[in-house]
Design a protein around this ligand. Structure first.
Ligand SMILES: *[C@@H]1O[C@H](CO)[C@@H](O)[C@H](O)[C@H]1NC(C)=O
Ligand SMILES: *[C@@H]1O[C@H](CO)[C@@H](O)[C@H](O)[C@H]1NC(C)=O
Ligand SMILES: *[C@@H]1O[C@H](CO)[C@@H](O)[C@H](O)[C@H]1NC(C)=O
Length: 225
C-alpha cells in the first residue's frame, strides 16, 4: 500500500515535471550542449560541372575553403558594385556597399574575441551556381574564445555572381544570438562587471565627450590630444 502510494507520487511528480519541461534528474553531461565541434561531413558536389556560364561549385569550393585564414583571398572576387547585406538584428547587421567595411565591422571584430584570432572553417554545402547566377553557401566556423570557451558559428551566404566570376550581391545570414554573446563575453565595450576596476577610459565608439579633450586627464590617457 505504502509502496503503491510512493510509486503513484513519483509518477505524478514526473508527469507534473514533464508538463512544465523540468528535468526530474539534472544530468549535466546529457544536457550540456555545444561543447564539441560538429563532426566533419563529407563534402559532395551536387553539380561538379566546371564548364559554366557563371561560377562552378568546385571553383567556389576552392575560393572559400580558406575563408577562415585568407579573407583577402575572397575579397579578390568582390565586384566594385557589390551590395553586401548582413541580415538580422544584431550589431553587425547592415547594408554595405564595400566588402572591406563589412569585414572590418563584423568578422574582424569577432576574430578579436577569439584566441590568437584562430578560426577553423568548413564549407558544408554549395548549392546552385554553374549556369545559374545565384548560389547558396553554408559555412561552419569553430574556435576558442579569449575566455577559453568553445565557440562555433554557422553562416549562410546567398550570393549573385556575374559572368566576370565576381560577387555582385551577397546576403549573409548569421547566428545573431551567438554574435551578441561573443561580444558580450569578450569585447571590452560589453564584458564588464562590478568586479572590474576601471582606470582607463572605455568610451565606446563615439569616443570621449568633447569637453574632456581639454582636461589633463584625457591628455594623460591619450597624449595626442
Ligand atoms: C575546430 O574543431 C576541430 C575538430 O573538428 C578541432 O580539431 C580544431 O582545433 C577546432 N579549431 C579551433 C580553432 O578551435
Ligand atoms: C573583456 O575583454 C577584454 C578584451 O577586449 C579583455 O582584455 C578583458 O579581460 C575582458 N574582461 C572580462 C571581465 O572578461
Ligand atoms: C579631440 O581632440 C582631437 C585632437 O585635437 C581631435 O582630433 C578630436 O576631433 C577632438 N574630439 C572631439 C570630440 O572634439
Amino acid at each position: 500500500m505504502l509502496l503503491g502510494r510512493s510509486i503513484l507520487a513519483l509518477v505524478t511528480a514526473h508527469a507534473v515535471a514533464s508538463a512544465f519541461q523540468i528535468p526530474v534528474v539534472w544530468d549535466a553531461k546529457s544536457t550540456s550542449i555545444d561543447t564539441e565541434p560538429l563532426e566533419k561531413r563529407p563534402f559532395d558536389f551536387e553539380n561538379p560541372e566546371t564548364n559554366c556560364k557563371y561560377v562552378s561549385q568546385p571553383w567556389i569550393f576552392d575560393v572559400f575553403q580558406n575563408i577562415a585564414t585568407d579573407m583577402e583571398g575572397v575579397f579578390k572576387y568582390a565586384a566594385d558594385d557589390i551590395t553586401f547585406r548582413i541580415m538580422g538584428h544584431h550589431p553587425f547587421a547592415g547594408h554595405y556597399d564595400n566588402a572591406m567595411v563589412a569585414y572590418a565591422n563584423s568578422l574582424w571584430r569577432l576574430n578579436n574575441c577569439l584566441q590568437d584570432r584562430k578560426v577553423d572553417a568548413k564549407i558544408w554545402g554549395i548549392h546552385g551556381g554553374c549556369d545559374q547566377a545565384w548560389t547558396v553557401m553554408e559555412f561552419y566556423f569553430n574556435a576558442t574564445t579569449n575566455r577559453g570557451d568553445f565557440w562555433e558559428l554557422t553562416s549562410l551566404w546567398v550570393a549573385r555572381w556575374g559572368e566576370d566570376k565576381k560577387l555582385h550581391e551577397v546576403r549573409t545570414y548569421v547566428d545573431a544570438g551567438q554574435i551578441i554573446k561573443t561580444l558580450m563575453d569578450n569585447e571590452i565595450y560589453f564584458n564588464s562587471s562590478d568586479r572590474v576596476y576601471h582606470s582607463d577610459f572605455v568610451p565606446g565608439p563615439a569616443g570621449l565627450p568633447p569637453w574632456m579633450n581639454k582636461t589633463g586627464l584625457a591628455k594623460e590617457v591619450n597624449p595626442e590630444l
